[in-house]
Ligand binder design. Structure first.
Ligand SMILES: Cc1cc2nc3c(=O)[nH]c(=O)nc-3n(C[C@H](O)[C@H](O)[C@H](O)COP(=O)(O)OP(=O)(O)OC[C@H]3O[C@@H](n4cnc5c(N)ncnc54)[C@H](O)[C@@H]3O)c2cc1C
Length: 459
């Protein structure tokens, strides 16, 4: 079977490798850099930056503790160079994996000619396949207002590939996940940071307690957060200006750099899906197996608009390839955690309190303050909590972790939800001490009012 995958991001290369493992004849077409958004302009560069930001923060904290007597200057160019080295090492790794799996890699832009054939733009060549997987991803959205289309105004794409320093005052439009992560980085390297958010709080789709506590912590670190702030226009001449209104009052924010982090949009117009009669809205429409209305054409990752996360794209890739080879096997819905790599991180999975209320689901909650965890105190971490939600039979339905290492802890609860574990069935699991992850035990026990390291609710 000949399979063509369009797009070499995390969704596309995962699908290509998965298909090659079952001995399909696979071609992977990428018009830009292998690794796509996640590796070149997304997950990996932000996390490389944030890693270095944490080192800078740790040096400042260590000085406050008297461990160092001064704080050395940091070098922003070295941070960018290290990020580049990380990205190119991982990109080489993906190229080697493709080669080892005998995947033919074509560097070109593909567009549909018809349901089975594609045109390669630079080569002006037609190629055909039995199965086509679209994994063309997404790109940053820009606000439909005056000044926002100017190239002077950055999106997240411009934060990584440019040698230009952001300047003294950085203004981020959008307090979602990307805005908050960039704000965390820029404040750590010494910029004055303003975050403008149209909704009543930053991270509006996440747990309210976690989002509000993070906002308080960022404000303490001199990040200005303007909420309920609707941006009217941008003046794209340095010093750049954002004109917005908050409760009817106009505000003007002047900045050396303005970055729009206002969501992403699916990339498929150049692909000409209409030539293959593929149904689209703002995204490519798919069913539960990530199959489009044309049965031999699949669409995975950001382009189908279901998840907008790298691990979601990779998971969808595996489901789609499994469906290609075993179309009669049932498809199980994916349970995908989300993480904000702020400091502390926020990781969440499954049901949250608000959704439970909206859906009239009766729940019980347990909450553990991680400031009572020994390892947390050893590492000098600030506040945080773990919230666990169960049904009335103590079956775990969801969780939010607002803590250092939250991203590493959330898979435990994801697995507990998928395997329908109750609090009682997990009791024999013993966590090593001292670890941050052992806080999960207290958070789960708190649902029953039995956490060891929390004060009793009723005496
Ligand atoms: C700043 C930032 C931080 C992020 N951090 C995280 C994070 O920490 N964790 C997380 O899970 N997600 C994160 N994301 C989201 C994550 O990057 C995306 O969800 C993920 O990259 C989607 O993968 P994909 O394979 O669907 O698409 P992409 O990674 O966008 O890859 C699509 C590829 O297709 C290629 N392409 C497009 N059209 C064509 C064509 N016609 N022919 C050939 N090639 C084509 C593109 O060049 C691109 O390389 C972040 C995103 C951003 C912007």
């Amino acid at each position: 079977m000949k399979i063509i995958v369009i797009g070499g991001g995390i969704g596309g290369y995962t699908a290509a490798i998965k298909a090659a493992q079952v001995k399909a004849d696979v071609i992977l077409i990428e018009k830009g850099k292998l690794g796509g958004t996640c590796l070149n302009r997304g997950c990996i560069p932000t996390k490389a930056f944030l890693h270095d930001a944490h080192i800078i923060d740790a040096v400042h904290t260590s000085k406050a503790l008297g461990i160092f007597d001064s704080v050395p200057n940091h070098n922003v160019q070295a941070i960018i160079d290290r990020k580049d080295a990380v990205v190119s090492r991982l990109r080489d790794g993906i190229a080697s994996l493709c080669k080892a799996n005998k995947i033919e890699l074509i560097e070109d832009e593909a567009s549909f000619i018809d349901e089975h054939s594609l045109l390669l733009k630079s080569r002006n060549e037609k190629i055909t396949a039995d199965i086509i997987i679209i994994a063309t991803g997404s790109q940053p959205h820009r606000l439909p207002i005056e000044g926002a289309q100017s190239e002077e105004i950055w999106t997240s794409d411009d934060c990584f590939d440019t040698p230009i320093q952001p300047g003294e005052h950085v203004c981020l439009i959008g307090g979602g996940v990307i805005g908050v992560e960039l704000a965390t980085f820029y404040k750590s390297i010494g910029c004055n940071v303003t975050v403008i958010e149209a909704q009543k709080r930053i991270l509006p789709s996440l747990d309210k307690d976690a989002a509000n506590q993070l906002a308080t912590m960022l404000k303490k670190q001199s990040v200005t957060i303007l909420t309920n702030a609707v941006v009217d226009r941008i003046i794209p001449i340095h010093p750049y200006q954002v004109i917005c209104h908050v409760n009817g009052i106009e505000h003007k924010i002047s900045a050396d750099r303005i970055i729009q982090s206002v969501g992403r949009k699916a990339v498929f117009s150049e692909l000409k899906p209409e030539n293959a009669h593929i149904e689209t809205t703002k995204v490519i429409k798919v069913n539960e197996a990530y199959q489009t209305n044309i049965p031999h054409i699949y669409a995975i990752g950001d382009v189908n608009g279901q998840c907008w996360l790298a691990h979601g794209a990779a998971a969808q890739a595996k489901v789609a390839v499994e469906h290609i080879f075993h179309p009669d096997k049932p498809v199980h819905p994916l349970l995908i955690p989300s993480v904000v790599y702020s400091d502390p991180q926020i990781a969440s999975i499954g049901l949250d309190e608000n959704s439970a209320k909206e859906q009239n689901i009766e729940i019980k909650t347990g909450k553990f303050l991680v400031s009572a965890n020994g390892k947390h105190v050893v590492e000098g971490k600030d506040r945080g909590f773990i919230k666990v939600i169960t049904d009335t039979d103590n079956r775990i339905l969801g969780a939010t972790i607002f803590s250092h290492l939250a991203s590493e802890m959330i898979p435990y609860l994801t697995q507990a939800i998928i395997t329908k574990q109750t609090l009682e069935s997990l009791e024999p699991v013993v966590f090593p001490h001292p670890t941050i992850v052992e806080s999960l035990e207290d958070a789960m026990a708190d649902v029953l009012g039995l956490a060891i390291h929390s004060f009793p609710k009723v005496r």
